[in-house]
Design a protein around this ligand. Structure first.
Ligand code: NAD
Length: 502
């Protein structure tokens, strides 16, 4: 394991942006919070403060919801589908024009390596906006061939149309901040909704850049409002707000439950993208040259701070040793360092608290009798780094194998059973059901396993295939509803049925 240099100087453009006085974005204006308060934003690779940002509270959420409601009932409601489509494309173009700055801010704020930030913003920022830009003109109702009982001469027409649900509260986590924001904004705007976005308190920087970009794109004032703030304060106020018609939430299962309770007041709609503990199942005939790098990438992408991370590896006895050895070799060779350094393969975790949480799980894994094969420690010095860690010989009664760690910790469990139901039963032994993958050359085994695994997504010979057009979301306590694709639009729409008597 080598350590890359720990400090890489940000560009003048990033320094200038970070050094600004950052306000809240409400009604198309940059405004101060109702009560003066700030958030200190740290670079997790250096632990240094990189920016100070205005912190909104419940009164600012009130203002933002009022602005979103006014836009929803006003100018935005008069803009047709072609124009909404053009605006989403323009937003994508503006984001692309600001790509370098967005990438750098994301890296400094979140810690992820620059190539990952670049790929994710270009792919899931720009492409996602364009994908949903295309949907604006394809939101269709139906005509329904019925003859209602009280139509005297039998001549009637029944049709439905799909209307925007209204004001959306979007609450997002820190693990991929800009993308999480775009995943909410794009379908909401395509459907004709307006949005109040609350970014994670640890990572507000790219959401603030998005506010600037939104203004440049020509999207009318108040259509998107951005209020950085704490979850228990601004987030809770948004989730409970009677002026909000829907909450689109991504985050932990624990907070997802709180969102549901808060939303009960006005029975607003809720979609939840929550935690995961996804299985990666390797059969003895799998192509190990693809399995080994695939498993290392699946487990350690974003330092394991990834809801789809393949953190539970189930490997058949016949190939257990070479798979564990191969992954550990790759994991041990990953270079930890600041995301801006071209020599870094993995960045830091998001915070001291997160590192402490992950180290707690690692200590628990050592005590539980699992075999620590590599990693297991946090390098000395600045930055919230944890070495990629592999535990072998884990079992599903161990806490490290059952609970979401959200850090670079992989649990490897062996199986010898040829009973696919027994293998799948082990894979299903968590409260989650977000992603998963099966690795085999036997097409029947692969598809039988897909049938048996209770997850929103199960891939064959790849893990977590993600594209704006592929529906994504969780079963069981991984969430409610789906994002991405046509299904990702549905939660932002409501159906109105109309019958005309001739
Ligand atoms: P978190 O649940 O702590 O916070 C997520 C967001 O909710 C933040 O903006 C936070 O401020 C806000 N929040 C916190 N308490 C709140 C409350 N009482 N009311 C309203 N809002 C509140 O999650 P996190 O630590 O930021 O992110 C990690 C979690 O997110 C992991 O569990 C991960 O699996 C999950 N996640 C899921 C997906 C997915 O698509 N399924 C994607 C990324 C992350």
């Amino acid at each position: 394991m080598s350590a890359a240099p720990r400090s890489i100087t940000p560009s003048p453009a990033a320094r200038e942006f970070l050094g600004r006085r950052h306000q809240l974005f409400i009604g198309g204006q940059w405004v101060d919070p109702a009560e003066p308060a700030t958030l200190e934003v740290l670079d997790p690779a250096t632990e240094e403060r990189i920016a100070t940002v205005a912190r909104g509270g419940p009164r600012d959420i009130d203002r933002a919801v009022a602005a979103a409601r006014a836009a929803f009932q006003g100018e935005w409601s008069r803009i047709g589908s072609h124009q909404r489509s053009r605006l989403l494309f323009r937003l994508a173009d503006e984001l692309e024009a600001h790509l370098d700055l967005a990438v750098e801010l994301e890296v400094l704020d979140n810690g992820m390596p620059r190539p990952i930030a670049h790929y994710s913003i270009a792919k899931f920022g720009c492409d996602f906006l364009r994908y949903y830009g295309g949907w604006c003109t394809k939101i269709l109702g139906e005509t329904i061939p019925v003859q209602p009982h009280d139509v005297p001469n039998g001549e009637s027409l029944t049709y439905t149309r799909r209307e925007p649900i209204g004001v959306v509260g979007a609450i997002v986590p820190w693990n991929s901040p800009l993308i999480m924001a775009v995943l909410k904004l794009a379908p909401a705007l395509a459907a004709g909704c307006t949005v109040v976005l609350k970014p994670a308190e640890l990572t507000p920087m790219t959401a603030l850049l998005l506010g600037e970009i939104i203004n440049k794109s020509g999207i009318p004032d108040g259509v998107v409002n951005i209020v950085p703030g704490y979850g228990h304060d601004a987030g809770a106020a948004l989730a409970a707000h009677d002026g909000v018609d829907k909450i689109a939430f991504t985050g932990s299962t624990e907070v997802g439950r709180k969102i549901l309770l808060a939303a009960a007041g006005n029975l607003k709609r809720v979609t939840l993208e929550l935690g995961g503990k996804s299985p990666f199942i390797v059969f003895p005939d799998a192509d190990l040259a693809r399995v080994i790098p695939g498993a290392a990438r699946g487990a350690f992408f974003l330092q394991g701070q990834n809801c789809m991370a393949s953190t539970r590896l189930f490997v058949h006895d016949d190939v257990f040793e070479p798979v564990v050895e191969g992954i550990s070799k790759l994991a041990g060779a990953f270079r930890l360092g600041p995301g801006l350094s071209p020599d870094s393969d993995l960045g830091p975790l998001i915070s001291a608290e997160q590192r402490q949480r992950v180290m707690g799980y690692i200590a628990d894994g050592r005590k539980s009798g699992a075999e620590l094969v590599c990693g297991g420690d946090a390098p000395a010095g600045k930055g919230f780094f944890v070495r990629p860690t592999v535990f072998a010989r884990t079992s599903m009664d161990m806490k490290i194998a059952r609970e979401e760690i959200f850090g670079p910790v992989l649990c490897v469990q062996s199986f010898s059973d040829s009973d696919l139901k027994a293998v799948a039963a082990e894979a299903n032994k968590t409260i989650y059901g977000l992603s998963g993958s099966v690795w085999t050359r036997d097409i029947s085994v692969a598809h039988r396993m897909v049938n048996l695994i209770d997850s929103g997504q199960v891939s064959i010979n790849c893990h977590a295939a993600v594209d704006p057009a592929i529906p994504f979301g969780g079963n069981r306590q991984s969430g409610w509803g789906r994002e991405f694709g046509r299904e990702g639009l549905d939660p932002y729409l409501k159906t109105k049925a109309t019958t005309v008597m001739f």
